[in-house]
Design a binder for this molecule. Sequence first.
Ligand code: GLU
Length: 632
Amino acid sequence: MRRRVLVVLTTLALGGPLLAVPAGPAVAAPADLADLADLARSAPSAPSAPAARATPPPKRAVAIGRGGGVTSVDADASRIGLAVLRRGGNAVDAAVATAAALGVTEPYSAGVGGGGYLVFYNARTGRVRTIDGRETAPSAIPRDAFIDPATGEPYTFTPDLVTSGVSVGVPGTPDTWRTALRRWGTRSLAQVLEPSARLAERGFIVDDTFRSQTADNEERFSAIRTTRRLFLRGGELPRVGSRFRNPALARTYRALGRNPALFRRGALPREISRTVQRPPAVPGTTLPVPRGYLRPRDFRRYQARVQAPTRTAYRGLEVVGMGPSGSGGTTVGEALNILEPSGLRGLDDGAYLHQYLEASALAFADRGAYLGDPRFVDVPVRDLLSQRYADERRCLLDPARASTKPLEAGDVTAYDGRCGTPSGRSTSPEDHENVSTTHLTVADRWGNVVAYTLTIEQTGGSGIVVPGRGFLLNNELTDFSLTYDATDPNRLAPGKRPRSSMSPTIVLRGGRPVLAVGSPGGSTIITTVLQVLLNRLERGMTLRQAVAAPRASQRNTATVSAEPGFIDRYGALLEGTYGHDLVPSGDAFTSAAEIGAVTAIEIGRRGRLTVVAEPTRRGGGSARVLRPAGRR
Ligand code: GLU
């Protein structure tokens, strides 16, 4: 890591620079406080359907103030988190409450049937800790589980593996919540779950996003009895403006509140195991819905892991993130280290974006070669985050021309920071990750900060609802590599956690948090977090601008996936001048062409918070602050 002390020339004024600003051309003038306040007032609310019976609660993409803030993709979830803060709960209490609410209103992206990663800055100790709540492969899963025994050939990814029991891992979210509250919270699980139990009981108002996500999943949801009953009542898509109730989930939340070991032993692990081993497929469905391997003992063994974060020094700041089994911390960190000497602030848009894309590709090459569950493979975290290593990787970055992808991984066993010969190490650019998941960010009045990304993997997970329990099971095991290469660190194994891209990140200055950020989006999560960080730290954008700006993602593949707005703005420049090949983002599973759905909080002087969500992606998010600026 680069040990370079920069004199901080400016204070951390709202919308002002987080970094020390060297002399040189500024790229864009950061908006001042008044601009941001205007933006907050004019932030669009969620789209509502003309014929709706009710409108979803309004959302604002920016909130500025003090006393604590919550930001998530959903208005009910942010409201519930904020209420916890208002009643004296801390950031961890509010984060769990918000996550539980997302399990109700964003059931295709998050919930107790899935897993996630939580990064926590503890204001009392000044330390950052993380929880790896990743799903885990069953102990009885064969190493060739992704081969169809009927044919001897690999299952097709979609629909076979995606809608299946085979890809369901032991859920990690219940133990993440329990662990976070027990260690750092001030409320019981029952207390923080109750508002979401009520929300599930009373129902939430269906918006366009929920309806279109259901429509994207209609075929496979129709193939599973329990899922069809819950999400396609009467065989119909939920109508925008109608109320969606899930009393079974309310009962599950209350049972979990009474018994935090609900997912560890007893009836529920047996029910989930049965469901995975014999998915409740509709008779006569054409989808194969292969059976899986979970057993009750897998639940008894499951433990969320409390671990240290990754740390990357970047221009006087410290960027802390999620270590393995997450690949976010090392990949974002390595890319930052590669870019650090670039003087990004002084570059024009084309030169800057070119370097951002190339650094991402280099870091992704290493991700593919080295990242996996650290209980199973030796992940060279220290080397990957060494500035000397990054300097050597940087030698491969031609500032004038895009490289030919896929790039080889570097050699972490021999590097000296100087340009040398390529390592010859191949890396798999294979990428099956889908664009689901959700991220929430919370800060409280005491200075605690939580960045928490959770998922059930695919939008709609495995497509399998546990009978009578109101939640979908994950299909997280599809994040393992599907090949059987013995050298692949992310190869499937019993009891192993699949590599993740989730990248909840907190930026510290002088040991105190100044920014927290994260996003959904499969492997694009990493590039989204990187891009937002660079937008904010290097490109003179306010946080709101940094989040709203169009995105592109280079993950060591021949083409760069980019949002239409990005292609319109920078396509000709990046293709013509630098030789990148930009293709519109979006995938076969969803109708959305967006990359990510960020939430972020910036912590300014004397605890002033800029709380930000997406203005439009996924229908816009909901940023809330306890004491809005300008109000007493
Ligand atoms: N399964 C992905 C991961 O852990 C996240 C899912 C998504 O965002 O689509 O990296």
